[in-house]
Design a protein around this ligand. Structure first.
Ligand SMILES: C[S@@+](CC[C@H](N)C(=O)[O-])C[C@H]1O[C@@H](n2cnc3c(N)ncnc32)[C@H](O)[C@@H]1O
Length: 262
């Protein structure tokens, strides 16, 4: 893959450690310097699935979606209002998970980390697991950048990130009060058109097979403390994960959160 570096001379971030880390995760990336403006014209020509490190130090994934060529990143700052205001009325995830300060939650399918932020807004500690090297790099970069923002430091201190397939990583972690699963689902099972971030994610991460779903849900349940639960996010009308009937469900017009008790 390619890692594009915008305006190398003014980059606030050294790209070399990122390249070294990608190599350690099994991804060989070639560094390409970009000096022209990052607009639609450039994005259209850039290789989809590549990373871009811009002159503000932001790391993004490049993708070609229905809405054109895009760059997407976790961009946790844009989630700030949602995180600050998060409550059981505004966030169905909190209604389903009922997290509390001091709990240990594992978000086994971290993605852009947005749901992790909502879970951590309760005061719980969240371990994020991500299997895709590029997504893991985006998350790690975001964690480092956001840790420098004074009003984010408390929340960031409750987050930790692990690389790998959750089915393998889960048994190595301390038991948890909650395990959250939001695996990819087929793009056509969404009622509404998916946003550009999810479209971009679909280019690199695939929905699990039924066998993988069974392994993931079984390992997640084995990871629970007594009184703990696994919460699974699904499109409203999607079949249950691993075809296993949950103990409880809450839903809105778009999504459903299925809970499996310990
Ligand atoms: C639908 S996205 C999750 C979105 C996330 N909830 C958010 O708020 O941004 C699913 C993510 O889980 C990751 N993933 C899927 N299966 C996984 C597994 N077995 N172990 C670790 N990560 C996994 C995918 O690579 C993808 O990034």
């Amino acid at each position: 893959m390619i890692m594009y570096l915008y305006h190398a001379a003014t980059s606030p971030i050294d790209p070399m450690p990122l390249l070294t880390e990608l190599a350690a995760l099994g991804v060989v990336a070639q560094l390409v310097i970009v000096n022209e403006k990052i607009g639609q014209k450039w994005l259209k020509r850039a290789e989809a699935g590549s990373l871009l490190l811009d002159d503000k130090g932001q790391l993004s994934l490049l993708a070609h979606t229905d809405s054109g060529a895009v760059k997407v990143s976790p961009n946790w700052l844009a989630e700030q209002q949602r995180v600050v205001k998060a409550g059981k009325k505004s966030e169905l995830l909190l209604k389903a998970a009922k997290p509390q300060a001091g709990m240990h939650i594992i978000d086994a399918t971290a993605g852009f980390g947005h749901d992790s932020l909502i879970l951590a807004s309760s005061g719980a500690s969240v371990t994020l697991i991500e299997a895709e090297p590029v997504m893991y790099m985006l998350l790690q970069h975001e964690l480092i950048q956001m840790a420098q923002q004074p009003n984010w430091q408390k929340l960031i201190s409750r987050l930790s990130l692990q690389f790998g397939d959750a089915a393998q990583v889960l048994p190595t972690l301390p038991k948890a009060d909650r395990v959250y699963l939001d695996p990819m689902f087929p793009q056509d099972s969404y009622k509404a058109a998916v946003g550009k971030t999810m479209q971009a994610l679909h280019l690199i991460a695939k929905p699990p097979t039924l066998e993988q779903e069974v392994t993931l849900l079984t390992r997640a349940k084995q990871q629970l403390l007594p009184d703990g639960k696994v919460i699974v996010k699904r499109p409203l009308r999607a079949p249950y994960l691993a075809l296993m009937t949950p103990d409880d469900s809450v839903s809105n017009d778009l999504v459903r959160f299925d809970s499996y008790f310990a």
